[in-house]
Design a protein around this ligand. Sequence first.
Ligand code: 3PG
Ligand code: CO
Length: 552
Amino acid sequence: EVSWKLEDHPKLPKGKTIAVVVLDGWGEYKPDQYNCIHVAQTPTMDSLKQGAPEKWRLIRAHGTAVGLPTEDDMGNSEVGHNALGAGRIFAQGAKLVDFALASGKIYDGEGFKYISKSFEKGTLHLIGLLSDGGVHSRLDQLQLLLKGAGERGAKRIRVHILTDGRDVLDGSSVGFVETLESDLTNLRGKGVDARIASGGGRMYVTMDRYENDWDVVKRGWDAQVLGEAPHKFTSAVEAVKKLRENANDQYLPPFVIVDENKAVGPIVDGDAVVTINFRADRMVMLAKALEYQDFDKFDRVRFPKIRYAGMLQYDGELKLPSRYLVSPPEIDRTSGEYLVHNSIRTFACSETVKFGHVTFFWNGNRSGCFKPEMEEYVEIPSDVGITFNVQPKMKALEIGEKARDAILSGKFEQVRVNIPNSDMVGHTGDIEATVVACKAADDAVKMILDAIEKVGGIYVVTADHGNAEDMVKRNKSGEPLKDKEGNLQILTSHTCQPVPIAIGGPGLAPGVRFRNDVPDGGLANVAATVMNLHGYVAPDDYEPTLIEVVGN
Ligand code: 3PG
Ligand code: CO
């Protein structure tokens, strides 16, 4: 039985309106021409930086600070928002799957036992993101699972790949497919009939999120389940090379692999399916299509009777999927849940593509509110069917307006938003558009800070991980790298840079400042900080607060 009552903060008052602003993909890096945040006009964020070191500092947002396996792992929105909301560092999906594979426990679990019942007569299908990005999935985990399943009786395996170019360099898909093909050749040498069956680019096929565009999932369904796609090839390497002539890795159209014009791996009755991504947001829609008997998001045409398991369970509230190979992190007692139990009325908002970040991820991968009468979650529909470099302002203005109105309404003590621009446009690799995106984000921050000024509130402005502050791949000494043709290697992915955090506003009690004894502070330290500003002391097992109150 959890005791939800938080202790009163000895020095800080209650009842202030606090804006918690998360800039998505906004890190701190040296000021050069590939730092879009530096290049952009960002007067609001620049002015906050003037408050250093008492009111502005940097915090860690990657690697072990957010529960990832190593310090080489860049941050991402899932682990970032989990840490921000939960106030503690949990071993995340990437790490849990590593453990389960290394120890072999993955094969003893209920999930694997369940799917292996199909190995004798059916095909094992593995569907997921093919790269070593480590954000949604990892190639080496797929390789181990293929080997492990082969050794444990899978006779026929079909892999349905989604090419990346978003968490890794564009163009790297070809190499990943070659690596996979050579593993599958090895497996065939051991008597397992293993092949790639279909593919497509992650942003155009399967990996939509937050129900932004079901057509994306349908395109994948048609290729993976029905074995139908506009493009047919006899080899996946050839497919990816050819399709890359007109699209980059993220946006390759769907294709199927055929033998004599017949798809080699549609999903049929009696088969087993595993979605190999550990991260939830971009797999949960497919999980619904694979698992739900009643389903009306698109016409599935055929709904095969399969044994389906996720690499993880993607939604603990919906218990989806019901079978999984590795148990997800148990992120409990999040700050959002504590705060509503301590009479903090909460407003959360973003546009569709990031809406779940400030709700689902923030609340420990839990969909829905804790106490609906205390919370209001507002989703602003994202533009659909475009790449955000053509619309770099996205819905920043609308998010700013909603937050402003929520602040001015006096109905909430916490108004929490995610402003997506620097991340979503940064992922396109379009430097000019990313500069526009950063300015739009800065404008939205200003609108929110102005509202906080009016109501005598407090603001906390931070970010979930880096992205737009560095748009090129660099060598160890930090110089931009070029490819064989002499072209700059554009970095579409996140980074390992720290992110800023700023506090302020007329409601901030005199004497509140950042402590200097938590130099390694990271995103997980933000929850206790925000609780303090609401007038409470964080639970003992939370990461320490970043602030202190001097004087009096
Ligand atoms: C994505 O899913 O868009 C990227 O892989 C990671 O971006 P995010 O962590 O910022 O959502
Ligand atoms: Co991102």
